[in-house]
Design a protein around this ligand. Structure first.
Ligand code: GRF
Length: 194
């Protein structure tokens, strides 16, 4: 059988602020034999982020940065990422906006997952908005990160039907399931197409 020779996994950092279900899902994805990523570290602005627990048993470094003096902190983070040879950042429920300075200086790719069919509903409360506007579909998008909120080039999207009985919570649950399918696919797409 042919062997994959010289296949090097992309050194990846995940940024989270909360529950971390996407982080957990990406850990599982990274463990697959043909996965293009290796998760080196997780970074959070929130020391209480529940998702941080998923590092245990996984040899993933955990780093908290509090983002108080932003420019100063960002330069620290950039240094830390460089030291760890990170080439890909996946934002996954990360509730801080990265500055132009950070995006320009980071020498790699930055992806984000957002719970709407962008360009519709940037920012927060996407499910409320979709239901209020009586949309037929909601969904999720993986996009490149630029300095404008939820506005970089869209890599992939996945639609989720909005049911008559949906409220923001029930819809969020189904969209999150779709996110767990979409994020690994979009990572595969962008890393193979590079
Ligand atoms: C997801 O819906 C993601 O799209 C949004 O924040 C939520 C994070 O969920 N940016 P989790 O922390 O990955 O469970």
């Amino acid at each position: 059988m042919a062997k994959l020779v010289g296949f090097k996994k992309t050194r990846t950092a995940i940024f989270i602020s909360g529950a971390g279900s996407n982080f957990k899902n990406l850990i599982n994805f990274s463990k697959k034999k043909n996965s293009p990523i290796k998760i080196i570290l997780v970074l959070s602005n929130n020391p209480k982020a529940k998702g941080l627990k998923y590092v245990s048993g996984n040899r993933i470094k955990k780093k908290i940065f509090k983002f108080i003096n932003k420019r100063n902190k960002e330069n620290h983070i950039l240094k830390y990422l460089k030291k760890n040879k990170i080439d890909l950042i996946c934002l996954a429920g990360f509730m801080k906006i990265l500055s132009k300075n950070f995006i320009k200086k980071f020498n790699g790719l930055i992806l984000n997952i957002h719970p709407s069919l962008l360009p519709k509903y940037k920012g927060l409360n996407t499910h409320e908005k979709a239901i209020r506007n009586k949309d037929k579909y909601s969904g999720c998008s993986v996009h490149l990160v630029n300095s404008k909120l939820d506005s970089g080039k869209i890599i992939m999207q996945k639609k989720v039907r909005i049911l008559k009985t949906d409220n923001p919570k029930t819809l969020a649950k189904r969209v999150l399931k779709a996110e767990h399918i979409l994020y690994p696919k979009a990572i595969g797409k962008i890393l193979i197409n590079l």
